[in-house]
Design a protein around this ligand. Structure first.
Ligand code: HSE
Length: 436
């Protein structure tokens, strides 16, 4: 049988890894797919870079449109990134009846509904394992391995750059700015690291997982996104003293009145496995009603780990091209006409516990005033630490952990606490998940 012909758009880090892995493991991949898979054409603006990787083993051109319009190409692998040109190219490839494999989480989180509808219309696949947590097969696990379950919640460390920064801040007591510079030097963070550190990249990935877990359309614009740039090493140390680690967590939960969809720094009990995921590694914890908790861990970025996911998708597509094309696994796990319109909850309705840090004057009755405000709003305190003021100071930190409450109650409490004359600065609030 003729090899399946793949057109590769973009041969940067992941594209290069894909080329290498396909080549190195060709024999086993062919045995798995039932047919050889060959990259026949590569499009990249940087022809010199492309030629140095490809070394005459495929055609190299600088025009991506020629690939998506090439009748000889069966599958287009989109590794250009971004949401403009990549979207137009992808829609064109689908219109031309080609299957698409992509690692583009921003594009899917924002335009996935339109893209999947276009694919559905043409009876072709859009495969995107590499879009979430790099080499970790979380899409396949959610979509197929856990198909028996009613998913209750998903919580993940899904941005390696921010996890690296938090790990270094905790380990070395370093400041956010210093570690960010180090991450950039090591090539982890992008030159413009906003998407990584402000939680946007994690929110893209979480949006995709929520859609698959709960059978809802992609709703990135409804995701709450808060990054790590305002975290201080003091908060990390206080959390540590109370038995918690702070992680940038993507959390999506099914509630009676809707779905929580949120990315923010989160205290997690230090004894949980996921709290010990350090450096650039990713991990996703999924709770299903039948299976209980399962955890998926591995490299969330990098050439070959991400290529591992891209090539697995190529094998999946190749299999459906050779056998049983009518019985594909749906893009979002649920049949497209059976998606649910359950709402994404506004942040004010989200329920969680909280870490609060207050700088207060060390005076009689201060604590009583603060706890009265919390009690009046029905917020129960779980743990509390008051630091002794430093020599010659009359102000000190109070750190409190609350039991679960609704976000609008904590917002009201914080506003009242900040209005107390004895409270000397803004209250630091970090959400806390027991993940039990
Ligand atoms: N920039 C991402 C991260 C990797 O730091 O995890 C690709 O999704």
């Amino acid at each position: 049988m003729k090899p399946i012909s793949v057109g590769l758009l973009g041969i940067g880090t992941v594209g290069g890894g894909t080329f290498t892995v396909l080549e190195r493991n060709r024999e086993e991949i062919t045995r798995r797919a039932g047919r050889a898979i060959a990259i026949t054409v590569v499009a990249d603006k940087d022809l010199a870079r492309a030629n140095s990787v490809v070394q005459n083993r495929a055609r190299v051109i600088d025009d991506a449109w020629a690939v998506v319009n090439d009748p000889a190409v069966d599958i287009v692998v989109e590794l250009i990134g971004g949401t403009k040109i990549a979207k137009d190219l992808m829609l064109k490839a689908l219109e031309n009846g080609k299957h698409v494999v992509t690692a583009n989480k921003a594009l899917l989180a924002q335009h996935g509904n339109e893209i999947f509808a276009a694919a559905q219309k043409k009876g072709v696949m859009v495969a995107f394992e590499a879009a979430v947590a790099g080499g970790v097969p979380i899409i396949k696990s959610l979509r197929e391995g856990l198909a028996a379950n009613r998913i209750e919640w998903i919580a993940g460390i899904i941005n390696g750059t921010s996890n690296f920064i938090l790990s270094e801040m905790r380990d070395k007591g370093a400041s956010f700015d210093d570690v960010l510079k180090q991450a950039q030097k090591l090539g982890y963070a992008e030159a413009d690291p906003t998407f990584d550190i402000e939680g946007v990249d994690a929110a893209h990935k979480l949006t995709i997982m929520a859609a698959i877990g709960f059978g809802i359309p992609m709703q990135f614009s409804a995701a709450y996104t808060e990054g790590i740039s305002k975290l201080t090493r003091e908060d990390i140390q206080y959390a540590e003293q109370l038995g918690y680690r702070i992680k940038l967590l993507g959390v999506t939960k099914r509630k009676a009145n809707g779905i929580e969809l949120r990315v923010h720094p989160t205290l997690i009990p230090a004894r949980r496995l996921i709290a010990n995921v350090e450096g650039v590694m990713n991990a996703v914890l999924v709770r299903g009603d039948a299976v209980g908790q399962t955890m998926y861990y591995g490299a969330g970025a990098g050439a070959e780990p991400t290529a591992s996911a891209v090539v697995a998708d190529l094998v999946d597509v190749a299999r459906t091209m050779t056998a049983d094309p009518e019985h594909r696994v749906p893009h979002l796990a649920f049949q497209p006409d059976r998606l649910s319109n359950v709402p994404i909850l506004p942040m004010s309705e989200v329920e969680t516990s909280y870490y609060l840090r207050l700088l207060v004057q060390d005076k009689t009755g201060v604590l009583a005033d603060v706890t009265r405000i919390l009690a009046d709003l029905g917020i129960s305190i779980d743990a509390m630490v008051q630091k002794e003021p430093s020599e010659g100071e009359d102000q000190t930190d109070i750190i409190m952990l609350t039991h679960q409450t609704v976000e609008k109650n904590i917002n009201a409490a914080i506003a009242k606490i900040e209005a107390l004359p004895v409270v000397a600065s803004k209250v630091t609030r970090i959400r806390l998940e027991e993940l039990g």
